[in-house]
Design a protein around this ligand. Sequence first.
Ligand code: APR
Length: 234
Amino acid sequence: MAPSTHGNLVLLTGAGISAESGLRTFRDADGLWENHRVEEVATPEAFRRDPALVYRFYNERRRSLATVQPNAAHRALARLERAWQGPFLLVTQNVDDLHDRAGSRQLLHMHGELLKGRCLACGAVQAWPGDMDQDSRCPTCQRAPVRPHIVWFGELPLDMDRIYDAVERCDVFVAIGTSGHVYPAAGLVQAVAPGTRTLELNLEPSLVASAFGEARTGRATDLVPAFVDELLGG
Ligand code: APR
């Protein structure tokens, strides 16, 4: 059953939605994890062992944001949010700012944000547009270095209470551009109530595609605007 624009809508996005903007995904050919070992750059242990390497990895990724723009899929989700009259939540695993720049506001970055830093002493999170290193001091307490505001492997994703609460109440759950390798994001589709419409939009069936009621394959810039038109027109 197609819901009206008053239904309760939750969308989950992953690296695939930013791929056509020019940002590499993690697990596709030439993905970030093909060129880097996760445990060397994306774990608390890596940061303790070789902070300079970890700062450098995230500095490069932060700089790359200046070279990319939101694409038609990001824009379509911002349009959907503006037109939607019921509860709406966009949950992204992406640490880029392309949803923000496209105009999405009901947005949670469950794996953190490249453009923010977190103080290692007081925990304050603040905007951090430039490079970061061991000498970068927290602007709030001036006591300690900052780390990238990124959820590393072995750490708890952010805002999970709000996310589960929204997922458990939603009428429609849509996952876009995510491979289904990383939990808890990959398991959110299992948390919906019986009867919820679930839909996957991805270049290829994800690892958890069979948990969705419907799976469409193709490029995000084709599938997402078409799906948004369908939802708003229906
Ligand atoms: N359109 C739609 N889907 C695409 C496109 C595209 N143009 N290009 C690639 N994809 C799909 C791929 O087929 C793949 O299934 O996007 C998915 C990207 O998967 P991953 O690289 O595993 O990215 P993601 O699922 O977001 O990873 C989850 O893993 O290491 C981490 O913390 C990191 O948030 C990330 C998490």
